[in-house]
Structure formats: C-alpha cells, structure tokens
Design a protein around this ligand. Structure first.
Ligand SMILES: Cc1cc2nc3c(=O)[nH]c(=O)nc-3n(C[C@H](O)[C@H](O)[C@H](O)COP(=O)(O)OP(=O)(O)OC[C@H]3O[C@@H](n4cnc5c(N)ncnc54)[C@H](O)[C@@H]3O)c2cc1C
Length: 392
C-alpha cells in the first residue's frame, strides 16, 4: 500500500489545529509547526461565533471546550462614546473563551489524533518552485534548521506571510488585549464601546474573568510611544460606559498588542499550498467571526483535499465535512482545482467583511455613533439585519 499523504501545517491557532485534527483522523501524516510554546495568550476578543461552535460540534469537541468554562453570550450591547446605548440579541449564542484554553485544547486533540506537534519551531521559508513544496524549519530549542518536503503545506500562520508575492500589505492598526476580573457588566453579553476614532469590546470568559480587546490606530500607539497602559487609559477615558464597567475592576494580565490583518481572499496560491484562517483572508474583528471562519475554512480545506484524493471535488459551504470517511491509499492528488475552494472561502468572507467594516466605521465614529445607537434602539429589525450580514 502506498504511503499516506504528508502535510506540514504552519501555525497552531484554531485553523491550523483543526486542519491537523481532521487530516490526522483521515490517516494523513501530519506535522504541525508552532513558533510559540502553548498554552499562550493571543490578541483576540475571545468570543467564538456560532459558525465556530458548529465546527466544534461536528468534530466532537464542543462539550469538552464548554466544560472548560466557555460562557454562553446571548446579546450585544453597543455603547457610543457619549453614553447612548442599544442592545441587539444574538440570533444564535456565541461563547466567551480565552485563547489560552481554546487553542491549547485544540492542540492537545491534534496530538491525540496522531499529529506530530513541533513547538517551539518556526517555518522560516517556503519554496514552491519544485514539484512539491520545500519548507525550512528552525527548532527554537536547539536552533537546528531542517528542510522538509511534504506533499502539501497548509499555511495557518494568521497573517499569510509565507505566500510570496501574494503577501498582503499590513494595515496601520493594532489589536490590543487585556484580562480583568470584577467588571461591573452583564455576564451573558458582548459589549462594544465606541471611542472618538476606534472601538473595542468586553466579554466574560472562563474563571470569572473578562477579556477586553480594542482595534488601535498606529497613530495612537505612536502618540504614547508604544506604552500600552497609556493607550488603554486614553481609550477608557473616551467612553463613559466603559469607565463605569472598569470602576472596581482589577487587571489580571499584561497588555498584549499585535498588528491587525485585514484583506480579502487571495486568488493565487502556490502549487500544493493551501491557506486557512487568517492566512486566507482577514476582516475587521468587530463581528467576532475570525475564529469561526478560521475553523470553518480549515474544515473546507480538509474536505477539499480529501475529496480530491477520493476523485470527487466538492468544496461546499455551508455543510458538513467529509473528513471522517476518506481513504489515504492513493497518494496522487492530481486534479485539485483551488478555484472551488477559493470560491467557498469567498462566500464565507465576502459579506461578513463588508458588514464588519461598515459596523466598525459606525461604532468608531465619535460624532455619529450616538445617533446610530439611538436609531438602533427604535429599529430593532435593522440590528437583526446587520447581525445576519455579519454571519450571525
Ligand atoms: C483585536 C482583535 C479582536 C478579535 N476578536 C475576535 C473575536 O472576538 N472573535 C473571533 O472569532 N475572532 C476575533 N479576532 C480574530 C481572531 O483572533 C483571528 O481571526 C484568529 O486568531 C485566526 O486564527 P488562525 O488560526 O487563522 O491564526 P492565529 O490564531 O493567528 O494563529 C496563527 C499561529 O501561527 C503561528 N505562526 C505564525 N507564523 C509562524 C511561523 N512562521 N512558524 C510557526 N508558527 C507560526 C503563530 O504563533 C500563531 O500561534 C480578533 C482579532 C483581533 C486582532
């Protein structure tokens, strides 16, 4: 019997870990590279959408993750800088869960499924001119560099930095995140806060903690010479309701910041290289859909690889996964047409991206967001429509 297909997955965030789980379960030889040592924290709003929860259910991990204290979230409360507020019910619940816990549980399951997990190990380059990709990997414990030639590479690096000429230009914005306890706020809702020129959110997560995450313009970071605590104070000072929520709160984590990617689905992928999650496309985080799409795109990518392997070709969305039923006995995937998968990605991201960009503009507008909240209070159906566009 021929060898099973081999794949190296770069990045062990939600998209990389779920790709690894599904391919390893299907009998592939999977190596997962992660430059950090998990568990690790990560800049994120830490609200998992129903799209992501559906994927976890299909792969049998929803109960496990829920049992680690994921908090069901049923509402979004929006607060303009001037104190005007509006509430929109979430059509389907989301979960508040830290990346520390979620990513670690997914990584453990990847290992259990048969994936070789290498961390801390960094992919330093990806060369795609040969018949199969060549990848240079630095073991960050020993500093030894090796060259690998898997059948396939899945890029799950959260930023698409390995896709050569197709690398998107970085945005000028950063994500900022920090954890608190003793927030005086609702325990079943995401709260979004507008400031004079940006926005952020607060959500309950496991262990009686709350995650705060903001989109921060680079100009603000420069203004405060990169001092994240001062940036935070400035943001809090610009929203009355946020100030109230934090009145008796205690910060329980360091501030973290990282560049905020934003770009649409790329149309040119190197031969035998598939991007997933934020390596495929990245949108404004206001809708809390990034992890959900990371998980769903991983499921679609694996489904696509397995159906090509089986001689059929079906990248569908929405829908289930064929991951459980494949046969790794034929190592030649000759007819893989990335266009189908790209179209499925496009379908996932396109409307959500536009809706999230528009929502971010409204909430971030110091002048108009109060009026927008007032309008929403009296037009509930508009809020529901916006939720649908954001993929809720
Ligand atoms: C401020 C902010 C708020 C957000 N809020 C939410 C939210 O509430 N809900 C939501 O669903 N999404 C949110 N997002 C988006 C979400 O964080 C991302 O969409 C999600 O993390 C993408 O997952 P991923 O698996 O594609 O990549 P990531 O989670 O970014 O994981 C990539 C991994 O790859 C590793 N890596 C990178 N390069 C290499 C390399 N060369 N070699 C080895 N390893 C490498 C990294 O260390 C990392 O662990 C938010 C983002 C920001 C910035």
């Amino acid at each position: 019997m021929p060898d099973a297909h081999s794949v190296i997955i770069v990045g062990a965030g939600p998209s990389g870990a779920v790709s690894a789980i599904l391919l390893a379960r299907a009998g592939w030889r999977v190596t997962l590279l992660e430059q950090h040592r998990f568990p690790r924290d990560k800049v994120c709003g830490e609200c998992l959408s129903a799209t992501g929860i559906d994927v976890l259910r299909r792969i049998g991990l929803d109960s496990l993750i829920r049992s680690y204290g994921a908090i069901p979230l049923h509402f979004t409360h929006l607060h303009a800088a001037d104190g005007t507020s509006a509430t929109v019910a979430l059509p389907r619940p989301m979960w508040g869960i830290s990346r520390h816990v979620l990513d670690q549980l997914l990584l453990i399951e990847a290992g259990r499924s048969g994936t070789e997990v290498r961390q801390p190990a960094r992919c330093e380059s990806l060369v795609t001119t040969g018949p199969t990709p060549t990848i240079r990997v630095r073991d960050l414990l020993t500093n030894v560099v090796t060259e690998e030639r898997p059948d396939w590479v899945i890029v799950a690096d959260g930023k698409s930095a390995l896709l050569g000429a197709e690398v998107p230009r970085p945005t000028k914005d950063f994500g900022l995140k920090v954890h608190f306890k003793d927030i005086a706020g609702p325990a079943d809702a995401i709260e979004l806060f507008g400031t004079m020129d940006t926005y952020g959110g607060l959500a309950p997560i496991e262990n009686n903690r709350w995650n705060a995450a903001f989109s921060v313009p680079a100009s603000l970071l420069r203004l405060h010479a990169g001092d994240l605590e001062m940036v935070w104070e400035r943001l809090v000072g610009e929203n009355k309701t946020l100030r109230k929520r934090l009145a008796d709160a205690t910060r329980v984590s360091p501030f973290l910041a990282s560049p905020l990617p934003r770009f649409g689905v790329r149309r040119q992928w190197p031969n035998r290289v598939i991007p997933v999650g934020n390596a495929a496309a990245a949108m404004e985080p206001i809708g809390g859909e990034g992890m959900g799409l990371a998980l769903r795109s991983a499921e679609l990518a694996v489904e696509h690889l397995l159906s090509a392997q089986n001689g059929t070709s079906t990248a569908r969305d929405p829908g289930g996964t064929a991951a459980a039923s494949s046969d790794p006995s034929n190592p030649d995937i000759t007819s893989l047409d990335p266009v189908e998968l790209q179209n499925a990605y496009h379908h996932l991201w396109r409307t959500r991206r536009t809706a999230c960009r528009a929502a971010a503009k409204v909430v971030s507008s110091g002048v108009f967001s109060g009026m927008a909240m007032e309008f929403l209070r009296h037009n509930e159906r508009v809020g529901q429509r916006a939720m649908a566009w954001m993929g809720k």
